[in-house]
Every structure is written in C-alpha cells, then in structure tokens.
Design a protein around this ligand. Structure first.
Ligand code: CMX
Length: 150
C-alpha cells in the first residue's frame, strides 16, 4: 500500500542535528574550532524560541550529514536558560529531518505520541519545526524539522 502515513521512513530522511545547551556561544564555537576544526555554518537568533543558535560542522559537510546545534539563551525566560539552570550545559535535544511534516505529525498523533505544538513553528532558516515530548521518546527531546524549500 502506497500510503505515506504507513511508511514514515520514506519521509524521515536523516539525523539533522543534535542540540547542545551552552551558556556562552563564542566559547563553545571556539571549542569545536580548536578541537576539531569545525566551523560556524549558520548562525541566527530565534526570538520565539528564545535562542541564539549556531550550526557547527566541517566546512565541506554533506547536506545529509548531521551537525551540532549550539543553543545559547536569549533571555532568562528562554527554554534554554531553564534547561541550563536545571541540568547545566549539555545535550538538550536531537532532531530528525522530514520531507513531510504534516504527514509525520498525523502519523505520530495517530500513534498516540504527544507533540508539543498543535501546528509547526518557525525553526532554523525558516524550517517548520515541532517536538515530540521527551516522555514519549525515551527521555530525549526529539525535534522534527522540515527545511524551507530553498
Ligand atoms: N531532554 C530530556 N528530558 C527533558 C528535557 C530535555 N531537553 N526537558 C525536560 N525534560 C524532562 C524533565 O526532566 C522532566 O522529567 P521528570 O518529570 O522526570 O523530572 C519532564 O521532561 C518534564 O519537564 P518539565 O519541567 O515539566 O518541563 P520543562 O518546563 O522542562 O519543559 C519541554 C520541557 C520539553 C516542554 C520544553 O523544554 C520545551 O518546550 N521544549 C521545546 C522548545 C525548545 O526546546 N526550544 C529551544 C530549542 C529551539 C530550536 O531547536 O530551534
């Protein structure tokens, strides 16, 4: 049966990134540069999510190769500020890339998996994002991202 709701592996395409909460973005960038020669591939501020984020990887990274997302809090009410306060710096999330966010969300909700947002929000580079609650994903905050068309 060629129903995309039944075959999520066809539209959940790769590990997009792992997200690390950091108190100091510049210090974290310098660590990945000096330790591994990795570079800041993309940086932006997402006011809604309360973060300044930087995608870090090898300068010639392949489009489907997972990268590291450094997440620094934009203000004290930021999710990342709360995470740093409760747990300290470290792995905050893992993100899977999808080519069909709507079908994936329908599939997950139909399976009883809790998503944090009723509709996707704006993520890195204009991507559509949502999150699986960590309690429904083995203790891992699981982000889902559908990159912007360009
Ligand atoms: N990873 C794993 N478990 C986590 C977690 C995380 N990042 N954050 C919270 N939890 C756990 C808590 O430890 C807690 O477990 P216990 O009940 O066993 O103690 C449980 O989840 C619920 O925690 P909570 O205190 O009730 O909820 P929080 O206020 O910590 O919020 C969450 C948790 C996931 C709802 C919140 O972090 C959230 O909305 N995240 C999505 C948005 C986000 O992370 N934005 C920043 C990144 C932006 C981007 O990637 O673009």
């Amino acid at each position: 049966m060629n129903n995309p709701i039944d075959i999520p592996h066809e539209y959940v395409t790769c590990l997009d990134h792992v997200g690390i909460a950091v108190p100091d973005l510049d210090a974290a960038l310098e660590f990945y540069r000096s330790a591994f020669g990795w570079v800041n591939l993309h940086q932006e501020t997402n006011e809604e999510q309360g973060v300044v984020e930087a995608m870090v990887g090898p300068a010639d990274h392949a489009p489907t190769a997972g990268v590291i997302q450094l997440l620094a809090p934009l203000n004290e009410s930021s999710t990342i500020a709360k995470f740093l306060e409760k747990k300290g710096p470290g792995l905050q999330q893992m993100c899977l890339r999808t080519s069909n966010m709507d079908a994936l969300c329908e599939h997950l909700r139909g399976s009883g998996v809790r998503l944090l947002y009723p509709e996707p929000k704006r993520g890195t580079g204009g991507a559509r994002i949502n999150f699986v609650h960590p309690k429904d994903a083995g203790g891992v905050l699981l982000e889902l991202t559908e990159p912007a068309a360009d």
